[in-house]
Design a binder for this molecule. Structure first.
Ligand SMILES: [Zn+2]
Length: 191
């Protein structure tokens, strides 16, 4: 798989391959090689082990070809929110954004590109994505995740001159949102 050469020194954690595989199940019926690779990740140790990138890259390609990017983003966001709830240290959209950035780092080894989040204010952030995932994947996941942490009226700006699909080295997204009054109430109860 020559086109994947650029990631030959990179690794991804087993659980990430596993969850992408689960979302893309409907597309995998005739993809025995991918099914085998995903199926081999089962035990707790395997979920935490490091794997070459070819399986996840093939899954991303499949998602992009079949208009599954939005669905991937949705279920990626659900996973992120579930993990954050377990850890219990995230309460606001900005904390959620920082956790996504960190989480991406922990799930990979080597230069898989960068996901960087700059918090501009409590209700605005800029995200730069030069990772292997297609445009719309991480950005969609981010949007849905912050919505789960009380961001409402989210607006996302993504200009084509800042998009990898139009030849830019990275996709740059600007988000702004409002805090829901519900969130403010919850926060004040916790204080
Ligand atoms: Zn883009």
């Amino acid at each position: 798989m020559k086109k994947y050469d650029q990631y030959s020194n990179c690794r991804i954690i087993g659980s990430s391959i596993k969850s992408a595989g689960e979302i893309l199940k409907p597309l995998l019926k005739n993809e025995q090689e991918l099914l085998d690779a995903i199926g081999s990740i089962k035990s707790e140790a395997e979920l935490k082990a490091w794997y070459p990138m070819d399986t996840i890259l093939a899954l991303m390609e499949l998602a992009e070809k079949n208009d599954f990017v939005e669905r991937m983003a949705k279920s990626g966001a659900l996973n992120v929110v579930r993990l954050m709830r377990q850890k219990g240290q995230v309460h606001t959209p900005e904390q959620a954004l920082k956790t996504i950035e960190m989480g991406f780092k922990y799930q990979h080894q080597g230069n898989v590109g960068q996901l960087s989040v700059e918090i501009e204010s409590p209700t605005a952030a800029t995200v730069v994505d030069s990772t292997y995932g297609p445009c719309g994947y991480l950005s969609g996941m981010i949007e849905l995740t912050i919505a789960n942490y009380g961001a409402v009226n989210i607006s996302m700006t993504h200009f084509s001159n800042n998009c990898r699909q139009h030849g830019a080295p990275a996709c740059k997204y600007s988000y702004s949102w409002e805090e829901s009054s519900l969130l403010k109430l919850r926060m004040s109860e916790e204080d």
